[in-house]
Design a binder for this molecule. Structure first.
Ligand code: 5AD
Length: 468
């Protein structure tokens, strides 16, 4: 059967979409290829959030097409994801070797189209149409593969965005907000738990807007909090995370959920974008600096060890030195645990792209470097403060940095590397933090703190055989 390689750019939503396509193709008898070399089908799942991400995917496709010209059986090449949605047929016109362009609401059609193209029933497919209930289609997961089974999983709960921040292309690439149903999501989480998954991350473009139209507020609880409660009730699940939210989604009900729901991990990703009220207004973010700071205070009051991370854009049109200083001072004030810093990139059709006073590139670079140095200093202090403490981690598998060691994550989402083995996979264990590196902790298991194992899934009897 043909083999497929999918290269994913961008966010967790894209990773999840790629997994769903891979699972769908596997179920049809396709094989998954570990790389593009020798693959019969190569798909690039693209990101449009900045121009850089688009250019990377375009040049990758040019390389693939170029290499294909020297092959007896060149692979079938396709684009999917946000750039496929926003550029559509143009991608196939610019690069005639591209035979599939699959929009964000058509992900579930990938296997049908690939079948048709490989069988010669179609020569080229470009499908970027809208489709009702397409949010329900991202549900297939790759089957667990032996001892390497995943401990964590992504679950797509909604699609689209209605916020229309002036810099952002996402409402054009992902469409209007549409949510899945709570029973559907809970069924998916139950299925994952039966395969050994112990932590889920609920995904959406503005995940906190889940169910805004579909689930009316009930006893003061939004649709999203109703969903969190339903997922909390799934037996055998240990942790719940979600991304990416919008600060406006953190009402009292969600803040309260952090104190109330034992499985909701103590980490809030709160994209602030800027510390200047002038810019926040022009970005159409819908909150002020003061409201944001108030939200951080309330969240931190729910837990001693509440991590707060953020996204920041530098060089938004018209950003003055003073605006930028406001961003620096906000970062100091919040002392973020981590921040992703983005250089502003004009996106087609967005209001910010035609705003006056663009910031010169060298100034963007300079501000980026200054902010990065500050964020690194703040984050490093947080990591250092954990040395000597005992933390609970969920063991995910061999360390990606050093395969002779194992790694897990704390509830507040920090990676801890420790001398573990396969028998630890999928277990909550307590480790003492011995030292801190850049964004990594190194720990030693605190043996007495080992949690009793959850009843083993029959295919993994070794899970019962844990050390005392
Ligand atoms: N330029 C730079 N960064 C952007 N982001 C979104 N759009 C742009 C843009 N046009 C950043 C925001 C968002 C993150 C996912 O990407 O910070 O939170």
């Amino acid at each position: 059967m043909p083999s497929v390689f999918i290269k994913t750019y961008g966010c967790q939503m894209n990773e999840r979409d790629s997994e769903a396509v891979a699972a769908q193709l596997l179920a049809r008898g396709y094989r998954l290829s570990p790389s593009e070399h020798g693959a019969d089908v190569v798909l690039l799942n693209t990101c449009s959030v900045r121009d850089f991400a688009e250019q990377k995917a375009i040049s990758k496709m040019q390389n693939l097409a170029g290499a294909g010209r020297h092959q007896d059986r060149p692979p079938l090449l396709g684009f999917m994801g946000c750039m496929a949605q926003s550029r559509g047929v143009q991608l196939a016109t610019d690069q005639p070797e591209v035979r599939l362009v699959l929009g964000t609401q058509k992900i579930h059609r990938a296997a049908d189209y690939i079948d048709d193209l490989l069988a010669g029933r179609q020569q080229q497919v470009v499908d970027t149409a809208e489709e009702a209930r397409s949010q329900d289609a991202i549900r297939d997961h790759l089957p667990a593969a032996g001892a390497g089974r995943p401990v964590t999983a992504f679950v797509s709960i909604m699609q689209g965005c209605n916020q229309h921040c002036t810099f952002c292309i996402v409402p054009f690439t992902r469409g209007e907000e549409r949510s899945r149903t709570i029973p559907d999501i809970v069924a998916e989480v139950n299925m994952l738990v039966s395969r050994g998954v112990r932590e889920v991350t609920l995904l959406g473009q503005i995940v906190t807007s889940f169910g805004r139209r579909e689930y009316p507020v009930l006893a003061g609880k939004s649709g999203f909090v109703q969903l969190l409660e339903a997922v909390q009730a799934v037996e055998g699940l240990d942790r719940i995370r979600f991304t990416s939210p919008h600060p406006k989604g953190y009402g009292e009900d969600l803040i309260g959920a952090f104190g109330r729901l034992s499985k909701l991990a103590e980490h809030a990703h709160l994209p602030v974008q800027s510390g200047s009220d002038t810019l926040l207004k022009r970005m159409h973010r819908g909150y002020t600096r003061e409201r944001y700071l108030d939200l951080v205070r309330k969240l931190r009051a729910t837990h001693e060890q509440m991590a707060v991370t953020t996204d920041i854009i530098v060089g938004f049109p018209g950003e003055t030195d003073e605006d930028f200083e406001r961003t620096l001072s906000l970062c100091e004030e919040v002392a973020f645990d981590q921040a992703y810093i983005f250089k502003y990139s004009p996106r087609r059709d967005t209001p910010a792209a035609s705003m006056p006073n663009p910031v010169p590139q060298d100034l963007i670079e300079e501000r980026h470097a200054r902010l990065l140095a500050l964020i690194n200093r703040l984050a490093s202090a947080k990591y250092q403060s954990l040395v000597g403490k005992t933390v609970e981690i969920l063991v995910e598998g061999p360390s990606r940095k050093n395969a002779t060691r194992f790694e897990g994550r704390t509830r507040d989402n920090r990676i801890v590397i420790f001398p573990g083995s396969e028998r630890h996979r999928g277990h909550l264990i307590r480790v003492r933090v011995e030292r801190a590196g850049a964004f990594t902790l190194y720990g030693d298991p605190a043996i007495l703190g080992l949690e009793p194992p959850r009843p083993a899934v029959s295919e993994f009897p070794e899970r019962d055989a844990l050390p005392a």
